[in-house]
Design a protein around this ligand. Structure first.
Ligand code: LLP
Length: 439
């Protein structure tokens, strides 16, 4: 097995020269479940969760690892994450609903979002959500109104925008000053949010939150964000006696999509976050809060691979060879949206030398529907099973019905057994919510 780094931890080349994951031959899986299919390796999801919990345990007993469910909001996967002892973050009423159905006790749910609706907040409050991460003054007012009407109180964190530009694609940077998220530090906005929360009769401000971006390789940006947050905590302590009991420093750890990617390890990332908080709190002479983090991509990204069937092969002489598969931007929009790079292999030719450079295209009516440019694979033929690894995060989560595509089936594998955890959509599903003009 040459590409262990971007594949699930159980991936091997089996005796018949096929890719095998979770003890299941990928070519057989495709025969049984069709294509495109997203295959999740249970062992890898559990392993990533455990790495986080163990890394934290080496530094502190007072922590919480919160799975950011936007990366993949699927019941069966959330159940694994729950079994591994993580909490969960949701960014909408829909994700809240899935998390609750997965069995998360509401008090372990963190509710995010820069524009939560009245209905979403009501739903969360009624079912006893653990923490609302408040993003704006309007939300603070709305919460206050809803809580006053209910005669109840609610623990909140305030989302702070620390003014950090993390080194990642601009679409997934979130900590910079010019951001739709959170309370900025300029003009004392964040301080004012702290003051108003502390004065509120119904919200109980227990801490702060910041998420500076996603797919981040350089840990210094997190360290800087912690320093800025702790300065705010110190000032709020001086002015209002504010005690920060929870400090949530978001997710963001990058993962390896290609062999060339060099992300930090979970251990290094956790060390920077926990020891960063410890050092900064010691600097300002205040007690250590509970340290919270919210990984999404690094929990499920590496656990998932997508398998397609090769349909057509077109050679444009002297320019390139297009290998078209039966999916594309409707199941993985990331290459088009963020210029994301992926590895490719042919699952039924795992042992053959990769000697052919091709461009892997989707089946959608757009020239931009290209999954991987200049991929080096074994010589492709019609009917081959083509796999893109590291597609476990933000792929199925952002899947669409563009061009009448059916969202793929999702299968979980473990020790030679495979089970469907999301059924493939059907043509009937495409019209199920539609109503004809007449009749
Ligand atoms: N917490 C908050 C408040 C977030 O907004 C996010 C991601 C996370 C945690 C989890 O971050 P992670 O550990 O996954 O980096 N669709 C994009 C990624 C968008 C990330 C949105 N927020 C992509 O495909 O790269």
């Amino acid at each position: 097995m040459t590409h262990t780094l971007v594949y699930p931890i159980t991936a091997v080349h089996n005796a018949v020269g096929h890719l095998e994951v979770g003890g299941c031959d990928v070519v057989e899986l495709v025969r049984g479940f069709g294509t495109p299919v997203v295959i999740y390796d249970e062992a890898t999801v559990r392993d990533q969760c455990r790495r986080y919990v163990e890394a934290f345990g080496e530094h502190t007993a007072d922590f919480e690892v919160i799975y950011a469910s936007k990366a993949l909001s699927v019941l069966a996967v959330e159940q694994l994450v729950l079994e591994e002892g993580l909490s969960i973050d949701v960014s909408s009423g829909g994700e809240y609903y899935v998390a609750k159905n997965a069995g998360f006790p509401p008090d372990r749910i963190f509710f995010h979002g820069n524009n939560k609706t009245r209905e979403e907040l009501q739903l969360a409050l009624e079912s006893g959500v653990g923490f609302v991460v408040v993003d704006s003054f309007q939300e603070l007012d709305l919460l206050e109104e809803l809580l006053a009407a209910r005669g109840s109180s609610q623990r909140i964190l305030l989302r702070i925008t620390p003014g950090i530009e993390a080194h990642t694609h601009s679409f997934i940077q979130t900590g910079q000053i010019d951001s739709k998220f959170g309370f900025g530090l300029v003009d004392g906005v964040a301080m004012e949010a702290i003051r108003r929360s502390l004065e509120s009769r119904h919200v109980e401000l227990v801490g702060l939150h910041a998420h500076i971006g996603s797919q981040i390789f350089q840990l210094d940006a997190f360290r800087k964000a912690i320093e800025i947050l702790v300065d705010l905590i110190r000032q709020a302590h001086e002015r209002f006696d504010f005690v920060c009991r929870y400090l949530n420093i978001g997710g963001g750890l990058g993962i390896r999509y290609t062999e060339a990617d060099m992300p930090s390890s979970i251990g290094e990332y956790v060390t920077v976050k926990v020891e960063g908080v410890r050092e900064e709190m010691a600097r300002v002479g205040l007690p250590m809060p509970r340290v919270l983090i919210e990984p999404g991509r690094s929990i499920v990204g590496k656990a998932g691979i997508t398998a397609y069937r090769v349909g057509t092969i077109k050679e444009v002489p002297g320019i390139r060879t297009y290998v078209s598969v039966d999916g594309g931007m409707s199941d993985n929009i990331r290459p088009m949206l963020y210029d994301a790079q992926y590895e490719v292999m042919i699952a039924n030719k795992a042992d053959l030398p990769p000697d052919t450079v091709v461009t892997v295209a989707g089946k959608h009516c757009e020239s931009g529907d290209v999954l991987v440019k200049d991929a080096l694979i074994a010589r492709p033929e019609i009917g081959d099973v083509l796999v893109t690894p590291a597609t476990g995060a933000y792929c199925f989560a952002m899947a669409s019905n563009y061009n009448g595509s059916l969202r793929p089936a999702v299968v979980m594998v473990r020790e030679g057994e495979a089970r469907v955890i999301v059924e493939r959509e059907s043509y009937q599903d495409l019209v199920a919510k539609q109503r004809p003009l007449r009749g």
